[in-house]
Design a protein around this ligand. Sequence first.
Ligand code: PEP
Ligand code: MN
Length: 339
Amino acid sequence: MIVQLKKDISPEQKTHLIGEINQAGYKITEVSTQLGEYLIGIGTAQFDIRRFGHHEGIQDIHIVSDDYKLVSNKWKVKPTIIDLGDGVFIKEGDMALMAGPCSIESEEQIRKVLDHLTANRIKIMRGGVYKPRSSPYAFRGLGIEGLKLWYKLAREAGIKIVTEVMQVSQIAEMYDYVDVYQVGARNTQNFNLLDELGRVDKAVMIKRGISGTIEELLQSAEYVFSGGNEKLILCERGIRTYERASRNTLDLNAVPVLKSKSHLPVVVDPSHGIGIRQFVPPMALAAVMAGADGIIYETHEVPEKALSDGQQTLDFAQSALLVDQVRKTFELRKTFSFL
Ligand code: PEP
Ligand code: MN
């Protein structure tokens, strides 16, 4: 159960209401976000929700039977719109494009990618300055100084930044230089990190865990939301299966399933999803047709020289072609209707 509270509810009204709901057999957690105040009721007792309707302080009350609550579309029917400012949105009805290298490497590299994005009207640049690498001896990113330099150049170009945060201590130092915090697949269930991102008033994109279920992804998003931050984006990036012919198994089923369960925008990362450069574009287009609200992919001037993930990175010509095809596919999708 989700009870949306009115902004002007008095402490006495709230205490009284919580007492009544407790009596009905529900355990209450109070949630206060940047946008609203909620009571989350956990319980199984059956009752007519109209019996609470007379309370002055209630805005609305909903039965949500899913284990996740606030990210469910059972209470919030309108899709969440992520507004990054300057006319840049991630939302249903739009096709957000986020492109850039796996790792931020140098000033020259950043400038080249920004020029490529500008030439192709891409408004969000991806890239890692803290890199989760399977080997401790691999390139692990330029760190905060790299992010500061990137931010300066990106702002000059009018381009937003999405980048991975790996641990709680990085959240504050990164804050002034990011538009979207990315939670990587290895951190999807780092609940301390998710709790802390709940306290931040910037968008958070959560990637699906390497062996994570759709339900677990939604529960991770629930952590951030219930921590106070409603600005959330879900990202399908492939899961670990028994199949070894591709890096991961891009689960495009997750797109319509997530969209049917949650009001949050869903983006797809075909680069990590398949891990093979020449197959990234068809999987990106398939993701568009599956209903994705955005695509995030890797591009670099010379993928063969990239310090990480070159094998799945598009060069600028391939990237430009893909952007054109994604836009055309999105226009085509808009003309289709599905049952
Ligand atoms: C990335 O986007 O650079 C990345 C490390 O992705 P993932 O967490 O999905 O592996
Ligand atoms: Mn990568």
